[in-house]
Every structure is written in C-alpha cells, then in structure tokens.
Design a protein around this ligand. Structure first.
Ligand code: MSP
Length: 501
C-alpha cells in the first residue's frame, strides 16, 4: 500500500477562513480523496499557525490575550473545514504541547550541528508577512507583498547559519528535479539561492507569544522557524520515531506562491541541518484574485466560504474552486463565473443527466434500473475518462481531472439525445440504453466523488447502489459493467437547482 502525506500551510489565527485559504485546503482534500479511492494510506494535515507578532498585535487590538484569540480562530477554521466537507486526518495547532516538544528537539538538533549563533539583527520587518526584508527588497520603503510600511527591528537574536546551505541546496535541487513544481517556481528558487543566502534571525526577545528557545528562555522562536516544523510534529517527530519515518520525507507540501522562500530555501536547509531529508514534493499554486487583487484582511476584500455555501451549496463551491482555475497560475474569483460554471456543469450536465435517467427509468422501466450492455459505445468513453481523470489527479490538476470526468457526463447526455429513449416503447432497446446511462452515472459518481462527495453519494443512492462512492476502489470501480441492474431508481428533487444569472 502506498503512503500519501499531504499538507496545507497552517493558517494564521489573526484572520478568519476565507476562500483563499479554502482554496488550498480544498485542493488538498480532493487530491487526498482521490488517493483514498486508489487505496492509498492517506494522511491529510492542515492546522493553524498561532504565534508571532501579528497574532499578538491582533489579539491586543481586540482586547484579548493571544491564547483566547488562537482558541477562537482555530475553532473557526475547524468549523469552516467541516462545513466544506474537508476530510483532514489531523488538525495541528502550534500551541499544542506536541509541537513544543518537536520544536525543542529540532532546534536542539540544529544547534548541536553548529548552525545556530547569537548575533544582533537590525533591519526592516513586515508584521503582516512575519518576514524580514532587505532594504533592496522594499518597494518605496514598503513591504513588497502588502505595500505597507515595515518596522525597523534591532534585537539580540539567535541566527540560523543559512548561508552555509547555499551549495547543499543547489546540489539537492539538481539531484531532485521533481521536488518543486511548477518549473517556473523551481527556477525562481534556484536563482534566489544562487544570489547568495544570508543567515536568518530565528528568535525574539521583544515578544513573549512564541515557543521558548530550549537553551535560553529569554528568547522565543521566530514564528516561521517553528511553524514549518508543524509538518514533522504531526507525524510524530520527537514522540514516535517509527511513525515519523513511515511518512517522511515522501510529503506533498501545498501552498500559495508567496511563501515559497520559507518552504523551498529555509525549510530544506533546516532539515539538512537537523539530519533529516528535505521534503520530496512542494507544489505551488497562484492566488485566487478578487477584482485583480489578492484577498487579504488589510484590503478588506475577503469572501467567506459560508456565504457562497448559502448560495451554491457545499458541492457547488467545491466544484467551482477545483474546476475553474488551473493549479499553478493566478486565477480570478467572480460570482458571475461561479453562477455560469454551476449552471453549465452541475445543473445542466450532471444534474440533468441524473434527472432524465431517473425520469425515463421511472416511466419506461417501471422504476427499476436495467443492467448495462457489455459492448456499449459508452464503455470506451468511460475507460478514456478514467485514464484522463487518474492522470490529472496524479499531477495535482483537479481542473483537468474534472474536465475529463465531465466528458463522460456530456457523452452520456449526447447518447441519450441520439437514442431518445423517452420517445421509444418500453422494451429491450430502452433497457439497454438506460442500463448504459446508469452505468455511466455510477462511474461518474466514483470519479467525481473527490470533488463533490455529497452529490456523488446522492447519485449513488438514487440509482439504488448500497454503500457510498467513497468506499469504492479504483480502477476496479471505474471499470465498465459494475452496475448490476435490478435496482430501484429514485427520481428525487433536482440535485443542483439552476441559478438565475
Ligand atoms: N502561517 C503562514 C504559513 C505557515 S506554513 C508553515 C501563512 N498563513 S496564511 O494564513 O497567510 O495562509 C497563507 C496560505 O493561504 C497561502 O500560501 C495559500 O495557500 C492560502 N491563500 C491565502 N490567500 C489566498 C488566495 N487569495 N489565493 C490562493 N491561496 C491563498 O502564510
């Protein structure tokens, strides 16, 4: 059995969940659901990043202590992900004791390797990014990401001697050409490393809201430095060595493009220093833009997933997020685009197929679903759809995977339109066509279940099948001929009622 470990970034608790954070979390969820269908042993990790200046200041602004704020917001993330049908296997909070233990262990390993020194840090810092910049990186004196003023920091800090890792990192990327995707991001990271790496400050004395440095309690760990370690904490680093080595380093880290320097420069160097292999796969996606801008608290252009769920349902939102944008480039979120996508693919294609199949089986087959034909023209369409769907999920391309699955839906609708079983007399001819359409629906329910799990369970139930599509195993369950026939088919309400534009 293959192991499949996927992580999202852990989200800052100064901010509520929005569709940008939902985007990464949904992609990870859908890919993991696909791998569960394949029979893999899956571990899907998400969570919250709870320390640092940004969280402390946001809490103070609300008159809360940071822990109360972290408790509240992490609960909101958990609820949001539950609402969106995210099947994560763990939810890590960086304030948990298990994380403190893992951080202490890794920091000690890095120090024992001689890569931590005390020094003085002086320079610009963006609180919103929780990141240090050089003067040259600023744009008109402002943070290059948030375009807002930076703070000038001067402190005694511990430093991680990142500069030592320039050549080891270049060698590692050369030896692992598939470690970072897409290719453009890989080139960006390599050219950044080639320019030379500066040692990085990894502790604070001006702040108390953080994980203490194990050998010097006056300092807390710089939030990014310990947040990255969550990926190890959750699989037992420091607590359960056997478990840890089962999952690491074959991880898939998913993230937006603004945090690749941390994940693709610092993180592999930190791991090398601690004697651990760097992550096998980093997959970087673009931003979901609203009106051409990244959603953020400071721009007040955030959209809450719950608002869209109210209009489109959980699966309506899931489908749009996975289908409308390719994984990699930036994409635009628009309400109009969402209505169009929902109506075209969910209401008119999938919903319509189910309802016309159930209607004709009701009127021409006595409400009992017939078995498919072995040599149906749809059999090869289904086989091709499976191959293309599987290949797309394997390369983390949910939009292509869904496009491939939807080809089978469109072809099945076309098959019905060609044969017009609703006009024919009941008998073997109608039964054959309807058996084929039911079989296509069964396969669609399996293939689309990673994206729209509740709708697929409902399709499954309405065509009379026991259990649920998520319990199936591919490729067997996607092979033509699995619908046994002789099952009650239920008409039911429209699966995806059409939206007015
Ligand atoms: N806490 C850090 C991550 C630490 S990981 C060790 C952080 N948190 S965050 O709350 O700001 O979340 C950033 C991530 O949320 C992005 O990398 C991306 O995965 C997701 N997104 C946030 N806004 C987004 C968009 N507008 N579009 C797409 N993804 C977005 O950074």
């Amino acid at each position: 059995m293959s192991r499949f470990y996927v992580t999202t970034p852990i989200y800052y608790v100064n901010d509520a969940p929005h569709i940008g954070t939902a985007y990464t979390t949904l992609i990870g969820d859908a890919v993991c659901r696909w791998h569960r269908l394949l029979g893999d042993d899956v571990f899907y990790l998400t969570g919250t990043d709870e320390h640092g200046l940004k969280v402390q200041q946001s809490a103070e602004a609300l008159g809360l202590d940071p822990r109360t704020m972290a408790d509240r917001t992490s609960e909101r993330f958990k609820q949001a992900w539950r609402q969106l049908d995210i099947a994560n296997d763990d939810f890590i909070r960086t304030t948990e004791p298990r994380h403190y233990r893992a951080v202490a262990k890794m920091l000690t390993a890095i120090r024992d390797h001689g890569d931590i020194e005390l020094g003085t840090y002086e320079g610009p810092y963006c609180i919103a990014c929780e990141a240090y910049y050089t003067e040259a990186e600023l744009i008109d004196g402002n943070c290059p990401i948030h375009l807002r003023p930076v703070e000038q920091l001067k402190e005694e800090n511990y430093f991680f001697l990142l500069s030592r890792y320039q050549q080891p990192l270049l060698d590692w990327y050369e030896a692992h050409p598939d470690a970072l995707q897409p290719e453009g991001k890989r080139r960006e990271v390599i050219s950044f490393i080639r320019q030379g790496l500066r040692d990085i400050s990894i502790s604070r004395t001006s702040l108390t809201w953080g994980v203490p440095i194990p050998w010097d309690e006056r300092h807390v760990t710089y939030v990014w430095f310990e947040a990255l370690m969550n990926y190890l904490t959750a699989i037992g680093y420091g607590d359960d060595h056997d478990r840890f080595v089962q999952w690491w380093p074959a991880v898939h880290h998913l993230m937006g493009k603004e945090i690749i320097r941390f994940h693709c420069v610092w993180w592999p160097a930190m791991l090398m220093s601690a004697g651990i292999e760097p992550p096998a796969h980093v997959l970087v996606h673009g931003w979901l833009l609203v009106g051409g801008e990244k959603m953020s608290k400071t721009r007040a252009n955030q959209i809450a997933p719950a608002d869209l769920v109210a209009d489109f349902g959980v699966d309506g939102l899931r489908y749009y997020m996975l289908r409308d944008n390719a994984f990699g480039p930036d994409g635009d979120f628009s309400y109009e685009g969402m209505v169009a996508r929902y109506n075209a693919d969910l209401a008119n294609n999938l919903g319509n197929l189910l309802s016309r199949v159930a209607t004709v089986v009701g009127s021409k087959c006595g409400g009992v679903g017939p078995a498919p034909q072995h040599d149906s023209p749809l059999a090869t369409v289904a086989a091709d759809a499976y191959d293309a769907t599987a290949a797309a999920w394997a390369r983390f391309a949910p939009n292509d995977a869904l496009d491939a699955t939807w080809r089978l839906i469109r072809e099945t609708n076309a098959y019905l339109e060609t044969n017009e079983p609703w006009k024919a007399e009941p008998g073997p001819g109608v039964d054959a066509v309807m058996g084929d359409a039911l079989e296509a629906l069964r396969i669609v329910a399996v293939l689309a279940s990673p994206a729209v799990p509740a709708a697929c369970s409902e399709v499954w139930r309405r065509i009379g099948l026991p259990g649920s599509p998520a319990d199936q195993r591919v490729p067997e369950a996607a092979t033509w001929g699995g619908y046994p026939g002789d099952l009650p088919v239920e008409k039911g309400a429209p699966l995806f009622p059409r939206k007015a534009g």
